[in-house]
Ligand binder design. Structure first.
Ligand SMILES: C[S@@+](CC[C@H](N)C(=O)[O-])C[C@H]1O[C@@H](n2cnc3c(N)ncnc32)[C@H](O)[C@@H]1O
Length: 234
């Protein structure tokens, strides 16, 4: 397994080609983030016209969503060419009318003018790498590209409210990875990424940031120890 001791080709600890196989043993509830996002969108707008997934990685969310939303057109964005290469393989049989890959870019630098604003933007586990300023820029980009009444969903690694909470969260995350067969040293390295490779903010800071970005309804969708999901309506 390629991990950490070699330079990854994206912001995650894994080479893109190894991402799918590793992430389920690393991130607790990983597939729930996608499932809950899909359930949420179905509850708000069962037939979105256009859905942009930023930080799409290897395309796991949209791979599920194309089947559940057969009338929706999907736009996929990610800064990593190698992640996009993996995603492209997943969709090689899908019609070009259903899905388009946008030019690689981090959300905060995305400047392409879309033909029309989109109904949904999702950002799953991809904005916690950003500084506070870049987070604001990324949120502005999302806000500006969403239609009125459109939906923004984001999941991130978060910072618990207290020092004790951080300690407990890390202990939980360590146990999860060990129980999923990951080596102790690899897990220790992984946990050191907190505040070094990604920069988590608290739930309270998230809610404020999302409200300050202009969204009219801001809600928590999901929460467990060191990860949380939020949704907003423009
Ligand atoms: C942990 S993976 C998550 C991928 C995917 N969303 C999923 O659910 O599996 C993080 C992804 O975020 C991308 N990323 C890193 N910085 C980003 C940024 N500033 N804007 C958008 N995506 C970013 C990485 O290239 C990577 O594909």
């Amino acid at each position: 397994m390629k991990f950490i001791d070699m330079q990854s080709d994206n912001t995650t600890p894994y080479q893109s080609e190894d991402y799918d196989a590793n992430v389920i043993n690393t991130l607790p509830y990983y597939l729930s983030y996608h499932q809950e996002t899909i359930n949420l969108i179905k509850s708000i707008n069962p037939v979105p016209k256009i859905w942009l997934d930023t930080g799409c990685g290897t395309g796991t969310l949209i791979d599920m969503a194309v089947k559940k939303f057969p009338k929706t057109r999907f736009l996929l964005l990610d800064p990593s060419e190698s992640m996009l290469k993996q995603a492209k393989m997943k969709f090689c049989n899908l019609s070009k009318n259903r899905l388009k890959f946008l030019k690689p870019s981090p959300t905060q630098e995305f400047s392409e003018i879309l033909k029309e604003k989109v109904d949904v933007i999702t950002a799953i586990q991809c904005h916690h790498y950003l500084s506070v300023n870049d987070r604001k820029k990324a949120l502005d980009v999302c806000y500006n590209n969403i239609k009125d009444d459109g939906i923004f969903v984001t999941f991130e690694n978060i910072r618990p409210l207290t020092k004790k909470g951080v300690e407990i969260g890390k202990k939980y995350w360590k146990n999860f990875q060990l129980e999923h067969g990951r080596e102790k040293e690899v897990v220790e390295q992984h946990l050191k990424r907190f505040d070094k490779e990604y920069f988590p903010i608290t739930i309270e800071e998230h809610l404020k940031l999302l409200r300050d970005s202009g969204f009219k309804d801001v809600e928590m969708l999901w929460y467990s120890y060191l990860q949380a999901g939020f949704y907003c309506i423009k």
